[in-house]
Design a protein around this ligand. Structure first.
Ligand code: ADP
Ligand code: MG
Length: 293
């Protein structure tokens, strides 16, 4: 079942084309990562999905309902954590959590208290005294204490310390086990890589890559540095070397991971003195796209 459907979505702010026609589908039960650098268009997309912004063109549907026209209906089943968490300064954390949950649902105290415990929040302090990370925790606690079908989270961990980031990840996995759907944006790849099944990478208002993390990994290449005893004759005739840089007898290049054996054989007659290979990471793929800017 499709939970989020985005088709050729466009949004302009004056002369800024924030979204230039993006496509993206999230299925029920996905933990879907929406990755991209600052200014790529993540928050704009999320705000359109929530019916806060109106798109200029294209489709944005949640549970097969129009994000703009049927926002009220959609919101009944959505829990949302904004990127910038603004709270009522004079209320305590606990009061704000009750308020945020109460806007939509009856407060399930057991679930709420379990989340407060888990995220180690002191709910008795006034919001004005909370750090950025604690404000983020409040929004997360309020979201996860709700019984929603989809959780839309905009850079939910950018203010959390590593320990809390792990708590966040555990919570997301539990929510997924209950059959829920999670859509989260981030500019930090490593966090998404650990958690998400599928990702879309957005840059400059365009989706530049989409798919299962495993499949994207196959697109990445292993980086190799070889030092040989003798110069390699006719190096250009070795197939499958990308971004080759040859300096005397030191060769650096990238290879498709499955061709590495064949390539080492080609180097072997010249005597391999040193060999380093750096395994593929999604980071490389990500950087390659970033650098193409
Ligand atoms: N309300 C707004 N008015 C004008 N420009 C905006 C507004 N919101 C976002 N933008 C611009 O749209 C682009 C995408 O922004 P945003 O969606 O916030 O990116 P991200 O969340 O990926 O960092 C940026 O160039 C940003 O400056
Ligand atoms: Mg943003």
């Amino acid at each position: 079942m499709r939970v989020i459907e985005i088709k050729n979505l466009k949004k302009n702010f004056g002369s800024t084309e924030a979204l230039k026609g993006i496509d993206l589908n999230v299925e029920k039960g996905d933990i879907y990562g929406f990755i991209g650098p600052n200014g790529a268009g993540k928050t704009t997309t999320i705000r359109i999905l929530l019916g806060i912004l109106k798109a200029n063109d294209g489709r944005a549907r949640v549970f097969d309902k129009d994000a703009w026209q049927e926002a009220v209906d959609i919101h009944r089943n959505v829990a949302f954590v904004p990127g910038e968490v603004n709270l009522w300064p004079n209320l305590t954390g606990g009061e704000v959590i009750d308020l945020l949950i109460g806007l939509k649902n009856e407060v399930n105290s057991e679930k709420k208290n379990a989340m407060i415990e888990r995220f180690k929040l002191d709910p008795t302090k006034k919001c004005r005294s909370y750090s950025r990370g604690n404000k983020q925790k409040i929004a997360l606690i309020a979201a996860f204490a709700q019984d929603a079908d989809v959780y839309i989270l905009d850079e939910p961990t950018s203010g959390l310390d590593p320990l809390m980031e792990r708590v966040f990840q555990e919570t997301v996995r539990e929510v997924q086990k209950e059959g829920k759907t999670i859509f989260l944006s981030s500019h930090i790849l490593s966090e998404v890589e650990k958690l998400c099944d599928k990702v879309s990478i957005i840059r400059d208002g365009k989706i530049i890559e989409s798919g299962k993390i495993e499949d994207l990994r196959h697109l990445t290449r292993t980086r190799v540095r070889i030092v040989t005893k003798k110069p390699v004759k006719d190096i250009e005739s070795i197939n499958g070397l990308f971004d080759l840089d040859a300096n005397h007898t030191t060769y650096t290049f990238q290879v498709e991971t499955h061709t590495i054996g064949k390539i080492l054989k080609a180097f072997n007659p010249y005597g391999i003195e040193a060999l380093e290979s750096t395994p593929p990471t999604l980071e490389d793929l990500f950087m390659r796209h970033y650098e193409e800017a």
